[in-house]
Design a protein around this ligand. Structure first.
Ligand code: ADP
Length: 384
């Protein structure tokens, strides 16, 4: 086989996902080029070449992409028109812009699931806050419900639960969907990869535990504490979803397991995802390597777990903002089975994702206990 790694791979976005792609690319001598605004961003220090620019700008994306053989992303909020033009000009763009355009908008994404008979929770479209208030007042929708901004939400931003009529003043005034509150037993995620040769492989499901106030994942347990039947159903659903979107590369599928044992697709991300960070230390192939393999049309790697694991997101402490200071990092490094990965962000903010740790153990319970200890020991603050 021709050594394929002389291909120029360009990534839109230089955050922590870009950094982890660079770490894994280096092992295979794949040269990653990163487009983002600032050289201080996590991936900039590790990539083959950093190009300064704005991934939401048409010209910046087009000019960057024209220098590449393959273009991919680590964030969804990119300029879609430029990606479509790059595809027209014969570049390999993964994820494919047609699917990315649907995924970028939570309303279009939900409509897609309904069109394709993919199970998802019920929802309605709204144009403005005023329309939602009117619907709540005339009984078309009833509290509690979940409001999701159609565009540009991430890490729980752009999503809020409206518990009662008194909460209506909190509504975001933007195009959104209103979802019924799902009676969730567990939140799980499956990451699946597909290469152009047609191979499809998925990672075992993970169980996500959410931060009590920040509305983002705090702990991730793998394997998930679900029956073999649910695991199989989740794997099957993940494969159906990637085929329905006709996507290549990675697709992370977040699902709700309801109290009556139904799986519903909540949302997807066509890129490496927080729900696969443990794979760097706990799987034979990491999600980042799998993404690179799939976009370069290489054989997909073994997705089995080497060991049970729990990943904990290391978030900036509430109440601190400014130059970062890692309090207790030395003690945290002594936690058995812990692999710590700091993203190298110079500034902390409340609940900002600053790093993560994956704790390996003989069983998930022990890994969870040690991960909680690590979280307690390591506090991300600012000195000022
Ligand atoms: P984000 O894009 O920020 O990840 P999500 O759609 O995943 O937004 O929502 C964030 C979290 O909010 C979910 O993981 C879940 O805990 C909760 N949530 C979202 N939608 C619903 C719903 N319809 N019913 C109950 N909880 C929900």
């Amino acid at each position: 086989m021709k050594y394929p790694f002389d291909k120029k791979v360009g990534i839109l976005g230089g955050g922590q996902l870009g950094k982890m792609l660079c770490l894994e690319a280096a092992r295979l001598d794949i040269k990653l080029h990163i487009l983002d605004k600032d050289e201080s961003f996590p991936a900039a220090k590790l990539c083959h070449k950093f190009i300064k620019g704005d991934f939401t700008d048409y010209d910046d994306v087009l000019n960057f992409g024209m220098e590449m053989d393959i273009i991919t992303i680590e964030i969804e909020r990119v300029n879609i028109e430029a990606l479509k033009e790059l595809e027209r000009r014969g570049k390999t763009v993964i994820p494919e812009p047609a699917a990315l355009e649907i995924i970028q908008d939570k309303g279009l994404q939900k409509d897609f699931y309904i069109d394709r008979n993919i199970p998802t929770g019920s929802y309605r479209h709204f144009e403005s806050k005023e329309d939602i208030i009117e619907a709540a007042q005339n009984g078309t929708i009833t509290t509690p419900f979940v409001q999701k901004a159609c565009r540009d939400g991430y890490d729980g931003k752009g999503v809020q639960v409206i518990k009662s009529i008194d909460d209506l003043s909190k509504l975001m005034d933007t195009k959104s969907i209103i979802e019924d509150l799902v009676d969730i037993d567990k939140e799980i995620a499956v990451i699946v990869a597909r290469n152009p040769a047609g191979e499809i492989k998925s990672f075992p499901a993970v169980e996500m535990e959410f931060h009590p106030t920040a509305n983002l994942v705090e702990y991730l347990c793998c394997p998930a504490n679900i029956t073999e039947e649910i695991e199989q159903a989740a794997q099957k659903l993940a494969k159906e979803v990637i085929l329905a979107f006709d996507l290549h590369g990675l697709l992370a599928i977040e699902m709700f397991l309801t109290k009556d044992r139904t799986l519903l697709v909540n949302e997807v991300a066509p890129r490496p995802h927080n729900s696969g960070h443990h794979t760097l230390d706990a799987s034979y192939t990491s999600q980042f390597e799998q993404h690179l393999r799939s976009i370069l049309d290489l054989p997909l790697g073994d997705t089995s777990n080497m060991q049970p694991s729990v990943m904990v997101n290391l978030l900036g402490e509430a109440g601190y903002e400014g130059p970062v200071y890692y309090e207790g990092l030395d003690q945290a490094m002594n936690v058995p089975g812990a692999h710590i990965l700091m993203y190298g962000k110079s500034e902390t903010r409340p609940h900002r994702k600053m790093g993560h740790a994956t704790v390996l153990a003989d069983n998930v319970d022990l890994a969870r206990k040690n991960a909680a200890q690590l979280k307690q020991l390591l506090n991300i603050k600012s000195k000022i």
